[in-house]
Design a protein around this ligand. Sequence first.
Ligand code: PBG
Length: 324
Amino acid sequence: MPFPEQRLRRLRRTESLRALVRETRVEPHDLIYPLFCVSGHGIRDEVASMPGISRFSADLLAAEAKEVHALGIAGVILFGIPDRKDPEGSGAWDPDGVVQVAIRAIKDAVPDLVVIADLCLCEYTDHGHCGVLDRGDVDNDATLPLLARAGISQARAGADIVAPSDMMDGRVGSLRRGLDAEGFESTPILSYAAKYASAFYGPFRDAAESTPSEGDRRGYQMDPANAREALREIAADIEEGADLVMVKPALPYLDVIAQARELFAEPVFAYQVSGEFSMLRAAIERGWLDEERAVSESLTAIRRAGADRIVSYFALEFARRYHG
Ligand code: PBG
């Protein structure tokens, strides 16, 4: 039925009609909030390149986590910034390490909030790479047992889900075997399966003090030009035992999210990364974008592409506004 009988504007006439036919919604429970943990007491230290986002000591994290839970946000994902770093990243498996302490504090304060532990060595190595170095190159196979050790220690501290983000080959299988051998066969793995070597991680590296001192991550993170390769990465991680998979960044990779959703039955998460946050935040601060509309449109687009849940630095303010 062509125009003039067919008029698509009919269903856009009022907000109630638009709501009636709206295909995609974003609610607080679709979101996961990232938290940066530091040692000490009473510390709340705003990240210069991420206005509104802070690094917290464990005591203040617990309070933040309470609000996150009360607002109905699905969970938190934790990143640790240790006081000391070394070539192996041994702070990552320290039972009293910064993330382990934070996990215990949050689980004590809000037992029902899902706590996901980001698993990587880059915040803990003095050279800033995601694995151990062998003559300047990240040694894949030598890194695997260290990652498994760190993941086990996060599970032991009480993490509900462990989330490897290092992009070593074989790390999901090795982590699964390690967790199972230590009695954590019920701890799920959320794999950052399709993680691109992205310029949009800039502000995060500021927050986590994890910029590589030499070289970059293109030898292990994915080339932004490749989409089919992402599907191979996801298939490989699922084969190795990933329970959930993630695409990262989100908005520049909606095609990858959509294809992943189409091809796999596992939950597909997307990570709206620090650079995506800071770009919007900067334009909002200048008055160039409307905050509420820009944040909601970007999250809606990521959900529309097929992401089941979104890790987002906007989660808290979105949820606050959602509840009025
Ligand atoms: C750790 C890790 C990074 C991010 C999440 N986990 C940094 C990186 O790979 O450089 C980026 C998150 C963000 O930019 O918000 N490997």
